[in-house]
Design a protein around this ligand. Structure first.
Ligand SMILES: CC(C)(COP(=O)(O)OP(=O)(O)OC[C@H]1O[C@@H](n2cnc3c(N)ncnc32)[C@H](O)[C@@H]1OP(=O)(O)O)[C@@H](O)C(=O)NCCC(=O)NCCS
Length: 165
């Protein structure tokens, strides 16, 4: 698999229906789905860091990321009120479509996300690993920060992780 079959493009107004539907399929069963209004609020505070993941020209998933102070993360049930100034980019929500999962694409998308973050001046990426995905993130170079206390809305097996760029 070559990196050139995948790319990031800015999230557009027309993409929100696909993003909201994919998010619900990915998280409703585990009680982590945020819903349209909250998702859109994440995008509206930082449109330059929200992307559609394209695979061979088709919608292949999305990333909603926003500058956030290190060691903090959005409360899942609350809309985002304003943009933080931070050199840490919080990759709040990263979802690949069902048909593209388990094909080893995530390292390629993550590499492009890291390049984009660096080019926008961020020096670190953080995230909250949910649904046992910390195994994958650790393999991609993210460190676990067990000392960070997360909002209850993330459930009991979520863990804060970050990686210097
Ligand atoms: C998490 C996600 C983005 C990973 O994408 P993917 O395309 O499946 O990842 P890859 O194919 O590159 O898988 C890489 C490895 O990570 C493992 N992995 C992926 N997701 C995992 C998970 N949730 N739990 C445990 N392991 C996982 C895979 O087993 C695979 O390991 P292997 O190569 O040894 O078999 C994708 O599964 C997804 O969109 N899930 C729903 C949303 C979600 O949970 N997002 C994570 C939020 S932090």
């Amino acid at each position: 698999m070559a990196d050139d079959s995948i790319r990031l493009r800015p999230l557009a107004e027309d993409d929100w229906d696909a993003v909201v539907a994919l998010e619900e399929r990915a998280y409703a069963a585990s009680g982590l789905s945020e819903g349209r209004e909250v998702l859109r609020s994440r995008g509206s505070v930082s449109p330059s860091t929200c992307f559609v993941l394209e695979h061979e020209g088709e919608f292949g998933g999305y990333l909603l990321a926003l500058p956030y102070p290190r060691g903090e993360c959005p409360e899942l049930t609350l809309t985002e009120a304003s943009r933080f100034e931070s050199e840490n980019l919080h990759a709040h929500d990263f979802v690949i479509t069902e048909e593209l999962r388990a094909r080893g694409l995530s390292p390629h998308f993550v590499r492009q996300i890291e390049q984009e973050a660096r080019s926008q001046g961020f020096d670190r990426i953080s995230m909250v690993a949910v649904q046992r995905s910390h195994v994958l993130w650790r393999r991609l170079g993210f460190d676990t920060h067990a000392e960070v206390t997360l909002p209850e809305s993330y459930g009991t097996d979520a863990v804060y992780m970050s990686k210097a760029l």
